[in-house]
Each structure stands twice: as C-alpha cells, then as structure tokens.
Design a protein around this ligand. Structure first.
Ligand code: INI
Length: 158
C-alpha cells in the first residue's frame, strides 16, 4: 500500500528529461525542495544533465513559465517548487490560488505533466518540516513528475 497516493514500487526515470521551476521567494525552503527533487531524480536513474533548473521570482509566476517550458517539447515533465506562507493579509491566497490554477492549466493546455510542488503553510516552521531531510515535498513532486511522464508515455504508446 502506498502512502499519500505515491507509487509504491521503485520509479524508473531513465531516458526522461526534467525541467524544475524553482521560486526564489522563501528561498531557504525552496532550495531545500530543489535538493530533494534532484535526489529523487537521481534515485530514479534520471541523468544529472537531464535535469534543468529554472528560476521565477515567486509562485505567482509559475503558470506562464511552466507553460512556456512545456511548449518547447524538450521535457518529460515540469516540476514547480515553491512555498507560500500565510501572512497578516489575504495576499498569500491570491498567490497560492493563481499558482495552483495556472499550474493545472499549463498541464491541461500542453499535455505535458506540470507538477504542483508548492507548499502552502500557516507558518515557516510548518514549511521547514516539509522541506527537510525526511519528508521532503520536493522529492514527492519529482516522483510524481516521473510517474506522470511514464503514465502519459504508456497511454500514448510512445
Ligand atoms: N510568492 C511566493 O512564492 N510565496 C509567498 O509566500 C509570497 N507571498 O506571500 O507574498 C509570494 N509573493 C510574490 C508573488 O509570487 C509574485 O512574485 C509577486 O506578487 C510579483 O508578481
């Protein structure tokens, strides 16, 4: 039985090429998510030179950048790694809402998996707990990217 919807067996990402889109906002967290994702790609056999990192200012910018990357046709999937932490106002709701909506739309519009590796937490402490050596959501996002790339390849018979 897998936990949290993730594949229970080992993932085979050999031959895949991945784009990772990292938000600089809350960079102490997003850099840790990036390291988790890189480790997951390596574990699945994706070559280091086949993982390309791109940066955006914040999670609000994910949608347009992810769509542009996906439309190049050069990547098996695009993994978006960000961190939106609740503040004193509603600002975080607009940022996280648009990130979620446009990441989903980028995947839907392009037919390339675009993965929502965006933490949305109440506190910085909660974010740190999800970007640690154990329980790193960047790893989970990368595993999801590999699995979705494999699935779409199988569905398309390519
Ligand atoms: N961007 C984030 O990635 N996380 C946040 O928590 C955040 N908050 O709360 O403000 C945030 N804001 C910046 C936003 O993503 C855009 O970069 C900015 O609004 C310019 O479009």
């Amino acid at each position: 039985m897998s936990q949290g919807g993730f594949a229970s067996g080992p993932l085979d990402g050999k031959g895949q090429r991945h784009a990772v889109l990292v938000a600089r906002f809350n960079s102490d967290i997003t850099e840790a998510l990036k390291e988790g994702a890189i480790a997951a790609f390596a574990r699945a056999g994706v070559k280091a030179e086949d993982v390309e990192i791109f940066y955006v200012p914040g999670a609000f910018e994910f949608g347009s950048a992810a769509k542009a990357i996906a439309l190049t046709g050069r990547y098996s999937a695009v993994t978006c790694l960000g961190c939106v932490i609740q503040g004193d106002t509603d600002h975080h709701l607009y940022v996280s809402g648009e990130a979620a909506r446009l990441i989903g739309q980028a995947a839907y519009d392009t037919g390339i998996p675009v993965i929502f590796g965006v933490l949305t937490t109440h506190t910085h402490k909660q974010a740190l707990e999800r970007a640690g050596a154990t329980g790193n959501k960047g790893q989970e996002a990368a595993d999801t990217a590999i699995e979705m790339a494999l699935l779409l390849k199988r569905i398309r018979g390519s």
